[in-house]
Design a protein around this ligand. Structure first.
Ligand code: F6R
Length: 243
């Protein structure tokens, strides 16, 4: 797995934008799975600029959701869908028919997981997955201790995720369960990019990249990906000892 280090968040974000734009330009019917969260936010804005400037056709690609908070409706500002819709789908002009996401208000999450797995299978697998890294090393909502060999599933969120996740919500919100693609989806994707930015991620990035590969730090699994890359800004990379 390659590690790429950019001077700052802006240059990291431009790289994210260029990678996604190139993926769609090279394979217009790509199946993409792009994370919500603070890390890719600027990258999505820059992506929209590139797509419009270069007139990249996004009408044939499909997006699958990485994860969602269970019990949180899509019109709640803190939901993953709300984020993606605001920062990615709407700016790119993506139609609802091109999007398959988890519904946080589902009454049968296990069934939704099987439907998601089938959707990805029918789409011939994920072409590009872009994931962030949680403060506890999670990927999507694959929390520390997650199983490696599992597709979409329901998760008991850990304490760190429930606490840190409040940053997305306008008011204190009860977060208990999540629904997520599995690490198996990550490892089976054709390309995977894991991105992290900022000093606050430096500690977990060191553990993920320079300690043993273990589901105790799910982000370390990116190192098993045959076509995986970790992109960092200098702050997130600042505790790596060997580069
Ligand atoms: C979001 C997601 C999470 C975030 C991670 C980092 O869809 O799956 O795993 O990628 O928690 O979040 P930020 O980027 O806000 O630091």
């Amino acid at each position: 797995m390659a590690i790429q280090i950019y001077p700052d968040y802006d240059s990291l974000s431009l790289h994210v934008a260029n990678e996604i734009a190139a993926q769609i330009a090279d394979k217009p019917d790509s199946l993409l799975c792009l994370a919500a969260g603070d890390t890719p936010k600027l990258g999505y804005r820059l992506l929209a600029d590139i797509v419009h400037k270069e007139q990249i056709d996004c009408s044939r690609c499909t997006f699958v959701g990485l994860d969602e908070w269970l019990g949180v409706p899509q019109d709640n500002e803190g939901s993953c869908f709300y984020f993606l819709n605001t920062h990615l789908f709407t700016p790119l002009g993506i139609k609802r028919s091109q999007i398959h996401v988890f519904d946080g208000m589902t009454t049968d999450p296990d069934k939704d997981c099987r439907t998601m797995d089938q959707f990805i299978r029918d789409g011939n697998g994920i072409d590009l997955m872009l994931v962030g890294v949680g403060m506890n090393g999670h990927i999507g909502f694959n929390e520390p201790g997650a199983r490696e060999n599992v597709y979409a599933h329901v998760v008991q969120l850990d304490e760190t995720t429930r606490r840190v996740g409040q940053k997305y919500f306008p008011r204190e919100t009860k977060l208990n369960l999540g629904i997520t693609l599995g690490l198996r989806h990550l490892l089976e994707s054709r390309r995977a990019i894991m991105a992290a930015s900022g000093l606050k991620k430096a500690g977990i990035i060191k553990l993920a990249l320079q300690e043993e590969i273990s589901t105790d730090i799910p982000a370390s699994l990116i190192r098993k990906h045959k076509n995986g890359v970790t992109i960092l800004d200098e702050d997130a990379a600042s505790r790596l000892t060997v580069i």
